[in-house]
Write a protein that binds this ligand. Sequence first.
Ligand code: SAM
Length: 279
Amino acid sequence: MPPNDPPLPPLREVIAKYGLRAEKSLGQNFLLDLNLTGRIARCAGSLEGETIIEIGPGPGGLTRAILASGANRVIAIEKDQRCLDALGDIAAAYPGRLEILNEDALALDETKLFDGKARIIANLPYNVATPLLIKWLGHTDHFKSMTLMFQKEVADRITASPRTKAYGRLTILCQWLCEVSKEFDISPKAFTPPPKVTSTVVSLVPRSTPTFPAKMEILEKVVAAAFGQRRKMLRASLKSLKIPAEELLVSVGLDPTSRAEELTVEDFCKLARKYEEFQ
Ligand code: SAM
């Protein structure tokens, strides 16, 4: 951290002082290495003057890094009441820059908390990481970027290429709305307590307009039908949409015997637009 950052005790001391024994049900795996939390914050680019939403600050390792990087306003949403005093110490060290909300992020509409656009930076609780991401994908116009840590398997799905096992519904939705990139992996050993799996930091930068036009709810329906039975040929899996599946596929120039994982984001958007006409 730059030398002019306010002195705060090591995170291990903070955890001991406030009795923050990690709760599995809250997905608590804390990052205590401030070099690593600094590296995550830097993935979001320059934070000078920015508003940041952080989900699940816990004892505040990543929060400190975000503030030290110059963020103007950090809104930290933490469900665990036990973390509030530790976070209060950080707020006192950075007067007027850290707001702490003791809320369930799943139930909250973050877009009501700020004007303009914010960045999301979070080491997400793994048990709710995917539903949180899907919620934010519904409001990408409010976010400049999302720098998020997931279990590696979810990061693989977000960034997957066609014709791979990881390619699926989450891939299509994320890549349709955002430019996605893998930043770096973090070993389980870096966390307290260590999780069972490797973690990966992913950047998602919302596109100003989606790559190809389609209505989100229609696209989601088509993609869900296609990947719901991913081993089947599309002429069979799309029957669940209650339309002449083969005709739909042929009308947009797709081979009815192809499978979901062979289609690009553009193919799915074409299908979604045509499906709308068929209804
Ligand atoms: N940011 C800290 C770090 O990097 O060390 C903690 C990350 S830990 C993986 C996830 C955090 O999310 C925990 O502090 C947990 O209490 C919090 N959390 C879990 N579920 C939540 C929810 N639904 N809403 C808000 N916070 C939640």
